[in-house]
Structures are given as structure tokens and as C-alpha cells.
Design a protein around this ligand. Structure first.
Ligand code: GYE
Length: 332
């Protein structure tokens, strides 16, 4: 599936490279045993997912589950509902069950050292996927597979700089931030700030978290519209918040994409549809289809093979024309 989406995006003129490595072996029934190299030699992986907060996340979960099945890996899946304490509990339970490998997407960057040390002491390797941790001790995890969120933020900012080229007046920006303390919120914010810094005409007049959800994106945008007399641009850290904000803007009698320009991140189908209707002006792609690469990584880690510390997903960007061209083949 990742290959197909890459082809679609390439056809649309966006630069998308998905490094895919398919696992082998058939699917099969789940092993309810105490885990760890279950009978039949099936690899058991404990996977702690952030939640189901966005279209990106839903696509990511589906990709991981389908790829595990395809690779003949038993996946113990746990949804943390955007709470770190739930992820810590899930990881402890995976340790108890003696899974072969633990994979997880950390909801926030800080506060993982203790539980990761517990996994290390139990000799269970950990692979990070999608989001990073800020642990200084690199021996606490084997590898990190995911996007470069700083680059994504920078791409959003670079677009803005081009859009408002020399001569244009003051540009008031409101920012919808992702989950507080999460790697994509921290990095998309800093990458964007970096791209517009040194150009005083760009003013971030309000910035608040919308927790990566549509409902919160709408709510916070409503508040921005009330408190800010002039908003030129909305920068949303993900598409779901942008889509919620679009509703708020329309309900306030304004035209999204025209009265307020919108730049967002993810590139999910609903956002590409909104783009083709002129409601989002620029979207930076973040690829959720990490399943095949993750399963390949997990197998290598379990086999004791050398793996890269950091595996980056390469991504592109969408203009409205590119979005319209990519839409018919978009999988998520
Ligand atoms: O952009 C957002 C999701 O971590 C890259 O999490 C992911 C982000 C994604 O909720 O939609």
C-alpha cells in the first residue's frame, strides 16, 4: 500500500519516497500464551499506540496491524488514548508477558527512562516508531523509525515565506499546536519558527494546543477568531485540527483558504479534498504507512542484526493542484 501511495504522490509531482521492506510468512491465529517466541516460532511484538486522535493515526494503526499479519508476527496491540500513564502500563504488561520486541509511538518526548530501563533489564529490545523520546541514554532503544518533524515545520514556513514575498505587509499568523510535549508539536513549531525568523513581518499572534483533534482544533480556532482582530494565516500542526478550524472559520462567515490562508501537515485524504476545494493552501506530507518497515526492523532487532539508529521517512508537499491529482489514488 505504501508503494502505491508513493506512486500516486509522485504522479502528482510531490516527492515521496517510501522505503518499503516487506516481511515474509503467513498470518495466523493469535497466541494467548505467555508470549516470547510462541509455539511455531512466531515473533511476538507488543505495540503501544498513541491513540485514535486523527486520520493519520487511524491509517498508521491499520498499516501496523496489516503488516504484522502479513509478516506472520503476533501483535499485542494497546491503545493509550493519548495518555502517557497508559503507555507505561502497556509497556510494563508487555515486559511481564515476555514479548520478543516492544514497539511504541511515545505520546510525549519526556519521562520514559524508568520504564525503558525496565525493558532493558528484562532483555527486551525496544523500537520507537513515529515519535521520538528525549532520553539521553541511547542504549534504551534500538532504533527510531519515523519522519523528520523539524523538516516538516520548516517546509510549512518556507511556503509562507514564498507566498508572502518581498513587499507584502504584516502577516498575522495563528498556530494550532499538536499535543503538548509531543515530538511533532515541539518540532513542527520550531521548524516553522526557524523558517520565518529574521522576517519581522511574520507575527505569530496566538498559539495554542488543539491536541491533534478536529474537535479541539475547531474550539481553539473559535477562540482565536474572537480574540484576534486580524488573522491572515492559520498554521495547523496536523490536518484534523485544520479541518476543525475550517468549520469554525466558515461558521464565522469567513472563507478558509481565501480570507484566512491555511497551511497544514499530514496530507490525509480529507485534507486533500479540502485543498481541492480551495480551503487549504499548502500541505506538508507526513507518511503514516510505517507498518512494513516496522515489521522488518523488529525482525532484524530480534535476530540481533545491526540496524540504523535512525530511519527517516522521506516525504513531499502538496499544492492544491498536486492534491487534486493525488486524490483518486489516496488510500487514507
Ligand atoms: O501528524 C498527527 C497525529 O505523530 C506524526 O500524530 C504523528 C502525528 C500526526 O495525531 O495527525
Amino acid at each position: 500500500m505504501s508503494k502505491r501511495s508513493a506512486v500516486a504522490a509522485l504522479a502528482a509531482g510531490a516527492m515521496v519516497v517510501v522505503l518499503t521492506a516487506c516481511g515474509s510468512g503467513g498470518g495466523g491465529s493469535a497466541d494467548k500464551g505467555s508470549g516470547g517466541n510462541s509455539p511455531g516460532g512466531k515473533l511476538v511484538v507488543g505495540f503501544s499506540q498513541v491513540g485514535a486522535e486523527s486520520g493519520w493515526r487511524t491509517a498508521n494503526t491499520k498499516s501496523v496491524q496489516e503488516s504484522a499479519k502479513k509478516a506472520g508476527i503476533e501483535l499485542k496491540f494497546s491503545d493509550a488514548q493519548q495518555k502517557q500513564e497508559n503507555q507505561i502500563k502497556a509497556i510494563r504488561s508487555f515486559i511481564q508477558q515476555k514479548v520478543d520486541v516492544i514497539a511504541f509511538s511515545p505520546v510525549v518526548e519526556s519521562g520514559w527512562d524508568t520504564v525503558l530501563k525496565e525493558a532493558k533489564d528484562a532483555h527486551i529490545p525496544v523500537v520507537l516508531t513515529d515519535r521520538a523520546v528525549d532520553s539521553k541514554d541511547e542504549s534504551l532503544y534500538a532504533s527510531f523509525l519515523g519522519s523528520d518533524f523539524v523538516e516538516e515545520g520548516r517546509a510549512a514556513g518556507d511556503w509562507l515565506v514564498k507566498e508572502y514575498a518581498a513587499g507584502s505587509g504584516e502577516v498575522n499568523i495563528v498556530q494550532l499546536e499538536g499535543t503538548t510535549g509531543s515530538a511533532p508539536a515541539n518540532d513542527r513549531k520550531s521548524g516553522f519558527a526557524d523558517a520565518v525568523k529574521g522576517q519581522p513581518k511574520f507575527k505569530i499572534v496566538a498559539s495554542q494546543t488543539g491536541d491533534f483533534t478536529r474537535a479541539k482544533g475547531k474550539e481553539v480556532m473559535q477562540a482565536f477568531l474572537k480574540s484576534q482582530p486580524k488573522i491572515d494565516v492559520l498554521y495547523a500542526h496536523n490536518d484534523d485540527m485544520a479541518l476543525g478550524a475550517i468549520q469554525a472559520i466558515e461558521e464565522a462567515g469567513k472563507k478558509p483558504g481565501t480570507d484566512i490562508k491555511i497551511v497544514s501537515v499530514d496530507g490525509v485524504k480529507d485534507a486533500l479534498t479540502a485543498m481541492s476545494q480551495g480551503k487549504i493552501n499548502f500541505d506538508v506530507e507526513c507518511n503514516p504507512l510505517l507498518g512494513d518497515q516496522l515489521m522488518d526492523l523488529v525482525k532484524k532487532v530480534k535476530a540481533g542484526e545491526q540496524v540504523p539508529r535512525r530511519i527517516k521517512t522521506e516525504e513531499g508537499t502538496f499544492t492544491p493542484e498536486q492534491a487534486a491529482a493525488a486524490l483518486p489514488n489516496r488510500q487514507y
